[in-house]
Write a protein that binds this ligand. Structure first.
Ligand SMILES: Cc1cc2nc3c(=O)[nH]c(=O)nc-3n(C[C@H](O)[C@H](O)[C@H](O)COP(=O)(O)OP(=O)(O)OC[C@H]3O[C@@H](n4cnc5c(N)ncnc54)[C@H](O)[C@@H]3O)c2cc1C
Length: 418
């Protein structure tokens, strides 16, 4: 920290006053983010854009972003202090992930000065929400196996193919898109990343309904979409270099120094029922088996927060990498599944059938249980995180792969490409 920089203590006081004067209490849509219907979601998006603008005008947007792009140029400790002061207050939740991290983090690392000057201030002012376009209908784990193709045409590129599971594409503004640009080399050597305005001719966006009725996930179909070369990020065919940092920032997620969000925000930490509340409602507070589960859920929460804090410090100090972020990703995934399973078990029969009065305390646990695997899939699966940890952290042998060293064009994948 340089000597001219405001101390964390002074900054915290200033932030506390400003937050108290300008931000209301936290709202339900800040917690689980998805609204009951599209109209409500659009209202929440507009509200988040206005909130982000308010932060910008108040001098609290982009605390760790460089001043030259509209940020505050401060440290992780300042961001942490701000996030602690944010507890209990509304905040622009739709900007946290993936707009600030991974998208803006990747822009800062690999964008040209022109790209950064165009997009970072717009993001900080609430004018641009970004999404990430990695997964494809043919599979999301094998990111480098993307078959969405971009072909050079003069000063432009022509994009064809499809991305899927893109959260919130239907109302967002821009996407980071990974495409194959060279089929004559092994898959990792022929990828390029593009910045893509989502609502333009040639892009059709379809919504996908999930088990719980939400339809925030989208599939995009690209038909001869023209992309100017100035919207290419990083070198041609060097997209894997961008992609590995992109996936690192994705795994860091809410722990990124670029994300402003109340510390420790989870449904149960604020409005949702805690394991104790669920057990009380189910009349099981004196049951020793229930007490064990409550203790286990609490231990998982404490370890998750401690790990998050350590990974955030590693990310801010430049020591964060794919290896340690994969440990965090794996732990968060399995811990979340176990916590939802505990909540379901505690709720007992109330999680399978419930009265209106019981809905919040026990009924909601049924749907949370059915959706529990989401935390092991979104942001890269826990199986892939296990592979990274076993191969790169524990030094175990690499998984067998049929496409290593083979030109991507020659990798068998259905009908042959001419
Ligand atoms: C809530 C949510 C939000 C999402 N948001 C986005 C988004 O915004 N943008 C985006 O691009 N994607 C998004 N995704 C997609 C997500 O990244 C993919 O679902 C994920 O990477 C897995 O890809 P897949 O579903 O195609 O499964 P596949 O890759 O087909 O894998 C199927 C199963 O096989 C396992 N598997 C595959 N390969 C291996 C291996 N080598 N070793 C061991 N096991 C393996 C996987 O772990 C998985 O269990 C989201 C997903 C969810 C659930």
């Amino acid at each position: 920290m340089n000597e001219d920089m405001e101390s964390v203590a002074d900054f915290r006081l200033r932030a506390r006053e400003w937050i108290k004067a300008n931000l209301g209490p936290i709202q339900p849509w800040d917690l689980d983010q998805n609204c009951e219907n599209d109209e409500e979601e659009r209202r929440a998006v507009a509200r988040d854009r206005a909130l982000q603008r308010k932060l910008f005008d108040g001098g609290f947007a982009g605390i760790c972003f460089p001043g030259e792009y509209g940020g505050q140029g401060l440290t992780l400790e300042h961001n942490r202090a701000f996030n602690e002061e944010l507890i209990g207050h509304e905040f622009p939740s739709r900007f946290a992930v993936p707009t600030f991290s991974p998208c803006a983090a990747v822009l800062l690392e690999f964008g040209t000065p022109e790209q950064k000057a165009r997009h970072i201030p717009a993001i900080l002012k609430g004018e641009e929400v970004w999404v990430q376009m990695l997964s494809e209908p043919g599979g999301g784990s094998d990111v480098a196996g993307a078959t969405t193709a971009a072909v050079r045409d003069g000063d432009d590129w022509i994009l064809n193919g499809s991305k899927v599971w893109t959260s919130r594409a239907w109302w967002a503004d821009w996407g980071l898109c990974l495409a194959h640009t060279n089929w004559n080399v092994p898959k990792h050597q022929g990828l390029t990343v593009f910045l893509l305005p989502l609502h333009q001719p040639g892009i059709e966006i379809q919504r996908i309904e999930r088990l719980n009725g939400e339809s925030e996930a989208c599939q995009e179909f690209f038909s001869d979409v023209r992309i100017p070369d100035s919207d290419r990020m990083g070198e041609i065919d060097a997209g894997w270099t961008v992609g590995t940092r992109w996936m690192y920032h994705e795994r860091v997620g809410h722990n990124s120094p670029y994300v402003s969000r109340p510390v420790g925000l989870t449904k149960s930490a604020s409005e949702g029922p805690t394991p104790v509340a669920i057990a009380r409602k189910a009349g099981r507070l004196d049951d020793p088996a229930a007490q064990d589960m409550i203790g286990e859920a609490r231990a998982l929460r404490i370890v998750t927060h401690a790990l998050d804090r350590r990974l955030a410090a590693a990310a801010a100090s430049g020591k964060g990498n794919m290896d340690n972020s994969s440990i965090g990703r794996l732990f968060r995934g399995v811990a979340s599944v176990r916590q939802r399973t505990i909540a379901f078990d505690l709720a007992g029969s109330g999680a399978a059938a419930w009265t209106e009065e019981e809905e919040e305390a026990t009924g909601a646990q049924g749907m949370e249980f059915l959706m529990r695997q989401v935390s092991c899939i979104g942001g890269g699966t826990t199986e892939i995180a296990r592979n990274v940890v076993s191969e790169r952290v524990l030094g175990m042998p690499r998984e067998a792969s049929g496409d290593r060293g083979v030109a991507f064009r020659d990798v068998p994948r259905g009908p042959k490409r001419s």
